[in-house]
Design a protein around this ligand. Structure first.
Ligand code: NAD
Length: 481
């Protein structure tokens, strides 16, 4: 298979470095998908300087013209989809179907930002006979977008669109675990826009931390794990940097006693195991009424047993491997600790190509039953194909357990009575609550501010709130006497 090499992109120039790292296919560890130039602190500095120079003119461009450029960027995303999907599958290990949807949604998100840009940036004017006040929304300057590997296209585009639309310039640091496709796409978009407005610095903690500490970078928009976020907050302190954090979730699905189980359970299973559980808003714990516990466990297991785990591009695969060694070892260790603590850990599904099993980070999906509500697999984010199911006796108990973690990204509530589910949802601490589904609807993608409460994040992405992340107000108050 072809071997791709991506450099850094600074001022629309391809910049090589003295270190190249390879990206291996998580479903064929003996195959290299591509390699990328690894950036260090000096490259983060060069990129920040380039973005700062570009900012001086980009901030003055007409918002309508910026929106037009974003529409062209959305077209580029659509145009590149066919080439990006197999590359994404090979670098992340996830099935192509996930990326077809992701790229479609990413282009939609860019268009939604373009549509809102001009009206959002209208200044607020207040006048009387003695005063004239204008409150303007102004760009912040250089923004660094630090992104994870699990949905690299949409998570990057969801930042890029509002950052540029509001008049900021950008340095993107992709994840070392999935840097290739996103870097290829960013080049296509950067070619439509003045040099320096979009820059790309690959690398890990060193490059990321250098961007976070850089005085010319005015804001960090970060999507990733909580442990990294804590380091980032410390690094951001010296330059009093604004931060926007989209962090992990441990989303509960709560089935109420009147739910239609035949409709609900298949959707819950899909919501828990798509992308092998590696998605921030995946269902990560399932609460069911005690009277239905055994029946639901059986139904879940029957569905999970249908998964065929194999290479992302194998036509028989319905679940891919997990993305990296750390994740692979964590989920295996977690399953072992859960078993040792006395819970039932049921391994289900089948391998598509058993002879390749040790040549990838393959895990069979697992269901955990009869587990302590305070167990690690329940209260921590597993981010892999393992789902604990817990019984509850009263709704109060379900609410207490659902709210009993430091996470609060999203939650799903399942009932035949939508209004009852909505009333229940108001008791749940989460940024986004879904009734009888496990993700935002298409209109929800446009109108719901995406993000979590508690330690699932600070700030919101998309919708008006997502634009507000990348402006600050500057006001002029005129004496009219
Ligand atoms: P991660 O925190 O390990 O890495 C995220 C990014 O931070 C990567 O680009 C990484 O290179 C960079 N980084 C690492 N150390 C850094 C440092 N010291 N300074 C600056 N940057 C640094 O996360 P991951 O494993 O790539 O992603 C999985 C996590 O992301 C999960 O917890 C998942 O729930 C979360 N996530 C959240 C959302 C959301 O929107 N809330 C979406 C997707 C993933």
């Amino acid at each position: 298979m072809s071997h791709l090499r991506v450099e850094l992109l600074i001022d629309n120039q391809e910049i090589g470095t003295d270190r190249y790292a390879v990206v291996r296919d998580p479903g064929r560890l003996n195959e290299v998908v591509g390699e990328y130039a690894e950036g260090a602190a000096e490259h983060a500095d060069r990129a920040a300087q380039a973005a700062h120079r570009a900012f001086l003119s980009w901030r003055k461009t007409d918002p309508g013209a910026r929106a037009e450029l974003l529409l062209k960027a959305a077209e580029a995303v659509d145009r590149e989809a066919a080439a990006l999907v197999p590359l994404l599958s090979r670098e992340t290990g996830m099935l192509p179907v996930a990326f077809k949807t992701e790229i479609f949604l990413a282009a939609n998100q860019i268009r939604a930002v373009a549509e809102r840009t001009v009206s959002f940036l209208e200044p607020r004017l207040v006048t009387d006979e003695k005063t004239r006040i204008a409150v303007e929304k102004r760009p912040l300057g250089v923004v660094a977008a630090i992104v994870p590997w699990n949905a690299p296209i949409i998570l990057t585009m969801q930042k890029l669109a509002p950052i540029l639309a509001m008049g900021n310039t950008l340095v993107v640091k992709p994840s070392p675990n999935a840097p290739l496709a996103v870097s290829v796409l960013l080049r296509k978009i950067a070619a439509l826009i003045p040099p320096g407005v979009i820059n790309v610095v690959h690398g890990g903690a060193e490059a990321g931390s250098a961007l976070v500490r850089h005085p010319l970078v005015r804001k960090i928009s970060f999507t990733g794990g909580g442990a990294t976020a804590k380091r980032l907050i410390r690094d951001a302190a010296d330059s009093v940097k604004r931060i926007h954090l989209e962090l992990g979730g441990n989303d509960p699905a709560i089935v109420l006693d009147d739910a239609d189980l035949d409709k609900a359970v298949p959707k819950i299973v899909e919501g828990a195991f798509r992308r092998s559980g590696q998605i921030c808003f995946a269902v990560k714990r399932l609460y069911v009424p005690e009277s239905k516990y055994e029946a639901v466990c059986e139904q879940v297991c029957a569905l999970v047993d249908r998964f065929r785990v194999g290479h992302a591009l194998h036509p028989d695969s319905t679940m891919g491997p997990v993305n990296n060694r750390m994740q692979f070892e964590y989920v295996n260790g977690l399953a072992e600790r859960t078993k040792q603590a006395g819970a039932r850990v049921i391994e289900l599904g089948q391998a598509v190509e058993p002879e390749q099993w040790n040549n990838g980070y393959y895990l069979l999906p697992r269901v955990v039953t009869h587990v302590d509500p305070g167990a690690e697999v329940v209260v921590e984010e597993q981010f892999g194909p393992i789902l604990p199911i817990l019984p509850y006796r009263t709704e109060e108990e379900a609410i207490r357990m659902a709210n009993g973690t430091e996470y609060g990204l999203s939650a799903s509530i399942w009932s035949s009575d939508r209004e009852r589910a909505v009333a229940f949802a108001k008791e749940i601490e989460a940024g986004m609550k879904y009734i009888n589904m496990t993700n935002l609807s298409l209109p929800g993608m446009k109108h719901v501010p995406f993000g979590g409460v508690k330690q699932s994040g600070i700030g919101r992405e998309t919708a008006e709130e997502g634009l507000a992340e990348f402006v600050e107000t500057q006001a002029i108050d005129v004496c009219m006497d």
